[in-house]
Design a protein around this ligand. Sequence first.
Ligand code: ADP
Ligand code: MG
Length: 253
Amino acid sequence: MSGGLRLRGLRKSYGDLQVLRGVDLDVEPGEVVCVIGPSGSGKSTLLRCANHLEPLDAGFVQVDDVLVGYEPRDGRLHESSERDIARARLRMGMVFQQFNLFSHLTALRNITLGPTRVLRRDPTEVEREARDLLARVGLAGHADKLPAQLSGGQQQRVAIARALAMKPAVLLFDEPTSALDPELVGEVLAVMRGLAEQGMTMVVVTHEIGFAADVADTVVFMDDGVVVESGPAERVLRYPESERTAGFLAHVR
Ligand code: ADP
Ligand code: MG
C-alpha cells in the first residue's frame, strides 16, 4: 500500500532566479492532485525536484516510507545519500510532455527495459505484465511497433504503461497532453481517468481544466514558485479564494 507523497519546503533556484520558494504538497494514497498555473510558475520544476531529476536547494520529499532531501538532525541539515534518492525515485513514475520513449525500442521493450534492467526481474514474467499493461492502455495489438509507427496519443499511452511497469507508489504527469494534436488528447485523458478510478495516486500538471474538474480530488494553483491556493477541485475551480487563481481561470477557460 502506498504511503502517498509529501513535499515540504521545497526550494530551487537557477542562479538568481528563485523558481520554487518553499512549496508544500501532500498527496494521500489514491488521491489525484492536479497542479495548474501560468507558464513559468515552477510546475515542471516542482515535479522534477519531487522526482530528484533536479537536486533540491532545501526541503524534503517523502514517498512511501522513504524520505529524501535535507533533513534536520542534530541541529543541522543532512542531505540524503544517493542510495536513498535512488530508492525514492523508484517509487515514482514520471510521464513527460514529449513522451521520451526510446526510439529504437519497440513499445514492448520500452516497457520491459526498466523492470528487467533496473529491478532485475524475470524477463518472462515482466513481458507478460507488459502485455497486460499494453492491453490496459488500449494498445494490445501494438507491442512490436516502434514509437515512430505510433501516433502521439499511442506513444503517450506506451509511456504511461512504461511508468506503471515499475509499480510506482505515485505517478507524476507533466502536461501529458500538451504535445498532442487535439483529436488525440481524449484517449490519453481516458487512460488517466481509468487509473484514477482504479485508485492510482497521481500528481498531474495540466492545462485541461475540464479533466481537473472531473477527475482531481484536489486542485493546486501555483504562481511564481509558490502554492497560492489548494483545496477540493470543485471549490478551487468554481469558487477560487485568491484573485490570482480567479484571474488565471478566467484566462484559460
Ligand atoms: P512551468 O512548468 O510552470 O511552466 P518551469 O518549472 O518549467 O515552469 O520553469 C519555471 C522557471 O524556471 C522559468 O522561468 C524557467 O525559465 C526557469 N527554469 C526552468 N528550468 C531551468 C533551468 N534548467 N535553468 C534555468 N532556468 C530554468
Ligand atoms: Mg512546465
